[in-house]
Design a protein around this ligand. Sequence first.
Ligand SMILES: [Fe+2]
Ligand SMILES: [Fe+2]
Length: 286
Amino acid sequence: MTTSKTPSNISIKPYRMDFEFSDAIPRYWAYNDPFMTHFVGALSTFFPDGERFFIDSVRHFRDTVKDDKVRQQEIAGFIGQEAHHSKEHESLNNFMEKRGLPALSGANAALTLLNWGRRKFPPRTRLAATVSLEHFTAILANRLLSHPDFMNHIDDSIKPLWMWHAIEETEHKAVAFDLYKDVKGNNHKELVFTMVMATALLAATTALYQVRFMAKDGQLFNLKSWAFGLNKLFGRQGLISGLIPDYLDFFKEDFHPWDHANSELVEYWRARLDVEMDKLKLLKAA
Ligand SMILES: [Fe+2]
Ligand SMILES: [Fe+2]
């Protein structure tokens, strides 16, 4: 059985949050820009059901590590963290829906795809799909925490949600991966298959909902915003283009998520999150 490679300065503990998203939040809460706000918003719509899929996939095999107390605790932490993420993204999605954006439609599209995966593939392949999608959340989290441009351009009321989520995705990034290795040994081909599928489906649904959000907001032909957003995502040092080397590492046969050694980021951002939560309290009291 795999022994935990989680660094000693990391503990996978769920923190219950209760974010509120008020009418006072600016219309374009990311980069003060329609494209970027809707890109981040569209991503959020996939999270609630995505995280429930991850929980189910991991829970199915949790007895595999019943003799390893540390790994059991990590799995319990993973399940708790993902459950809280799911709930908080649901709040953000409801907030966007109230503003007239097709957030619940995005969530339904994700659920339809995930239910198709549930029907079509056995639990082991679903765990492999979870490992692949968790790689996405891990490298995106690493990007957000190591390049503060994003956090510096997001409204104070919404920033802590993404900070908290990125921190915890980093903390538990190897949990599904290690479990998969125990269940399936080294089935590299299956991981490659699920990663290619996950990439294609994620890219297609994100692009579709980006367009739908922009259209519903009357911004479909705002070329300035498209140019700005596409450059932010795919330009030099872009949010997505900057992920490519980390993304490709997944295809190496001996890759492990903690090869990207970034546990020190967690300590730094946990402290910053405390500051942001205090700011939120002040905002609420005002
Ligand atoms: Fe999550
Ligand atoms: Fe996760």
